[in-house]
Ligand binder design. Structure first.
Ligand SMILES: [Ca+2]
Ligand SMILES: [Ca+2]
Length: 152
């Protein structure tokens, strides 16, 4: 998985290469564009490799949870039984089987939060940041009763 801090670090690494790639594109006149040098081609190939590796890393968890979805699992490490697959981004609660979620993958651009349905007041148990996975919920294990997306 790749968290937001990892994304920022990656962005710092990729930014100079992106600037170089844009400069190469910008410098090339439309009519008499010289062929890129071997050095330029190598730089672009390296940039493409890093972009591909980033995309692969971002999807390298909970492989049965497709991009754009939030998925909740009965077992740790996205295992046993997938309890929920949802691309919902509205403001209503998203129900899930009570007291079973042990891990979850948030492959959406929104925050998702897991809530406990209390007798008098509901309690927010866990916040799932966008594009992160949680392999084990710790003290929130087997307690979540519903989720909320976005402003949760
Ligand atoms: Ca469980
Ligand atoms: Ca509960």
């Amino acid at each position: 998985m790749i968290d937001n801090r990892g994304r920022r670090r990656l962005a710092l690494v990729l930014a100079p290469l992106l600037v170089m790639a844009l400069a190469l594109v910008g410098e090339a006149p439309a009519a008499a564009a010289p062929a890129p040098s071997a050095q330029q081609r190598a730089a672009l190939a390296e940039l493409q490799q890093r972009i591909d590796a980033t995309a692969a890393a971002a999807d390298n968890f909970a492989r049965d949870c497709a991009a754009g979805n939030f998925c909740a699992y009965d077992g740790s490490n996205y295992s046993v039984l997938k309890l929920l697959t949802s691309s919902y981004s509205g403001s209503s609660n998203v129900d899930v089987a009570n007291n079973r979620t042990a891990s979850a993958a948030n492959k959406t651009d929104n925050n998702w939060c897991g809530w406990n349905d209390g007798t008098i007041t509901n309690t927010r148990l866990y916040n799932f940041a966008p594009h992160t996975g949680v392999t084990t919920l710790g003290s929130a294990n087997d307690k979540i009763d519903f989720f909320r997306a976005r402003a949760c």
